[in-house]
Design a protein around this ligand. Structure first.
Ligand code: MN3
Length: 204
């Protein structure tokens, strides 16, 4: 059984950048649906899933029986991607990274603004539904990705440490078709302390 994270803030805490109705619907309806679909899909396949994290399943998705593989990619990715997305947002975020992550950002992108621009462009440029990501590889090197639908970068052997959901349900109530405005504003909510924690401590 997999579950959604406990939301560490109230539904209206991310205003004015993300409105309360969007957060509530996104978390309580959309994410819950992925959780329910995933758990019903993997019922009877416990020998493949028990003791594994969702990201471990996604990173080794070819080891799953074919009849549940695409379902785990879609529903499992939906849970993993959303849990990361909601965990990174905060009404009182740490505004910038420091330490080892900041050093690596300097190595890879030159500066933080360039990183933000590249992740934003990846998210905005994702045709249709998907995500923009900052990921790290096994050596701690950073790169920017986007993925379609609920595909997780974990399937490609890298660790997602920052994500922006650009499915229309993430922004349409407030921003309508203006995805770029939503992406620009979400940087006001991304908590770099969480990103640092993932960069330093999270492995799949
Ligand atoms: Mn979503």
């Amino acid at each position: 059984m997999f579950d959604k994270i406990q939301l560490p803030y109230a539904f209206d805490a991310l205003e004015p950048y993300i409105d309360a109705e969007t957060v509530e619907t996104h978390y309580s309806k959309h994410l819950q649906k992925y959780v329910d679909n995933l758990n019903s899909l993997i019922k009877g396949y416990e020998q493949y899933t028990e003791g594994k994290s969702l990201d471990q399943l996604l990173a080794n998705v070819n080891e799953l029986p074919e009849e549940i593989r695409q379902g785990v990619i879609d529903q499992g990715g939906g849970v993993s991607n959303h849990n990361l997305y909601f965990a990174l947002l905060s009404p009182t975020p740490k505004k910038a990274p420091e330490g080892k992550l900041l050093d690596e950002i300097h190595n890879t992108f030159g500066d933080l603004d360039t990183l933000k621009t590249e992740v934003s462009n990846a998210a905005i440029g994702q045709f249709g539904s998907g995500y923009g990501f900052l990921v790290k590889d096994k050596d701690g090197k950073l790169s920017v990705r986007n993925t379609l639908n609920q595909n997780s970068p974990a399937m490609n052997g890298v660790v997602p440490i920052l994500t922006i959901d650009v499915w229309e349900h993430a922004y349409y109530l407030k921003y309508k078709n203006l995805r770029a405005d939503y992406v620009k504003n979400i940087w006001n909510l991304i908590d770099w302390e969480k990103v640092e924690g993932l960069y330093l401590n999270y492995t799949i």
